[in-house]
Write a protein that binds this ligand. Structure first.
Ligand SMILES: [Zn+2]
Ligand SMILES: [Zn+2]
Length: 161
């Protein structure tokens, strides 16, 4: 049995032992990019989908599995036990502590260097300079929620892409 299956099994045993929950967990490996490193979705009662990041799983393997699978599995327990509880609330932290057997503050925070974090930028210009705006800013401009001006000439920046 590989480590992922082994570790998921351990988590399920703990869910059953500590919370009397028998959870069905489906795994997918379809997360890409740098926005999400893991995600937990409720499919139906006691039935969850945990989405994992294939590249991080390959690169960080056991570290990633312990960190992210515990994190997402705790969300599944949280969603099952609490109707109203914010994602990384006290209740969730408490579940992480139970699952990992370590005080939350003492759990090592893993930093994943997603090297391909190339941010897409959009070219803008005024009469004197060229700028590169982030996609967040570009969207604001496109939706007419913001106007950006040049610091030098105070001209309005216009999209030139
Ligand atoms: Zn989370
Ligand atoms: Zn200017």
């Amino acid at each position: 049995m590989d480590f992922l299956a082994y570790f998921l099994d351990k988590l399920k045993q703990k869910a059953s032992f500590y919370y009397g929950l028998s959870l069905k967990i489906e795994l997918s490996f379809d997360l890409k990019g740098c926005r999400l490193i893991g995600q937990c979705k409720k499919l139906s009662s006691k039935n969850y989908l945990i989405r994992l990041h294939a590249k991080l799983l390959k690169e960080f393997n056991k570290i990633y599995i312990k960190d992210v699978l515990t994190h997402e599995f705790a969300h599944a327990i949280q969603m099952e036990l609490f109707v109203k509880s914010k994602p990384h609330s006290k209740e969730w932290k408490n579940i992480v502590e139970v699952l990992s057997g370590v005080e939350y503050a003492k759990i090592d925070k893993v930093h994943y260097n997603l090297a391909d974090k190339k941010r897409e930028t959009y070219p803008y210009a005024c009469s004197c300079s060229k700028y590169h705006l982030t996609s967040v800013r570009h969207k604001k401009v496109a939706k007419k929620r913001a106007v950006y001006m040049c610091k030098k000439c105070s001209g309005v920046l216009r999209f030139i892409g």
